[in-house]
Design a protein around this ligand. Structure first.
Ligand code: CA
Length: 242
């Protein structure tokens, strides 16, 4: 049974989420502050997904996700942001969120997103347990001098002696691009295969993920050589640029 931690200070919303997610077969715990969430997450390693509201008393959702990532808590996290606050979405991804949903949301969509996060995690875990994966390894080496590596097991990117911790979604997106090395991959394909989203969703968050991945792996992020933009389509990963 998958365990979900809901961080939401509006009691009716927290109760509603608990009731509905339990009906879907999840084990749910609700806390009302970011401080409690951090406490629970570090005390108990068993949570599979975190639903994190942005507007919280005390530490806000951005601070909570940033602190989670900083302290090595890489549990898949979906942030709940207020409608019309596009900047919040970007801030959430910037801080390390894996997905977001704007309030008010439809329950069915939230559940689809949770499934997506769990599938993504299972996919990465299966791949790292020696099951067949296109590259048949957990560590992928790239760069003209073979000096860059991604460890999909540890969720780490090693570039020129620096180590970047990847979120689940960053790792999933990177893996997908690597599997299609040299080919143009559309944003829609990424949305379907990395985020498990079929519906017409805003694809802008993908661009933001790419910006972050470039910041990690490119020698000059403004002149990318690994993660190239394919105008009107999406992106292309080049392992060994000439
Ligand atoms: Ca709130």
């Amino acid at each position: 049974m998958s365990r979900v931690l809901v961080v939401e200070d509006e009691q009716h919303l927290g109760d509603g989420l608990r009731f509905n997610l339990e009906a879907e077969g999840y084990q749910v715990e609700v806390v009302e502050t970011g401080e409690e969430a951090l406490e629970r997450l570090s005390a108990e390693p068993g949570f599979d997904v975190v639903i994190l509201d942005v507007m919280l008393p005390g530490k806000n959702g951005f601070e909570v996700i940033a602190e989670m990532r900083r302290t090595g808590l890489f549990i898949p996290t979906l942030m709940l942001t207020a409608r019309g606050h596009a900047q919040d979405v970007l801030r959430g991804f910037e801080a390390g969120a894996d997905d977001y949903l704007m309030k008010p949301f439809e329950l069915a969509i939230l559940i689809a997103r949770i499934h997506g996060l769990l599938r993504r995690r299972a996919w990465l875990e299966t791949a790292s347990n020696g099951m067949p994966s296109p590259k048949k390894t957990d560590v992928y080496t790239f760069g003209s001098a073979g000096d860059k590596t991604v460890d999909f097991d540890a969720l780490e990117l090693h570039v020129n002696g620096r180590i970047f911790r990847l979120t689940l979604m960053e790792a999933g997106l990177l893996r997908y691009l690597i599997e299609h090395e040299g080919k143009a991959v559309s944003r829609k394909a990424m949305l379907q295969n990395v985020w498990s989203l079929q519906e017409n969703t805003d694809t802008r968050p993908i661009d933001n993920f790419i910006v972050r991945l470039r910041r990690y792996m490119e020698d000059d992020p403004t002149k990318p050589r690994h993660l190239l933009t394919v105008r009107g389509i999406g992106y292309r990963f080049i392992a060994r640029p000439r």
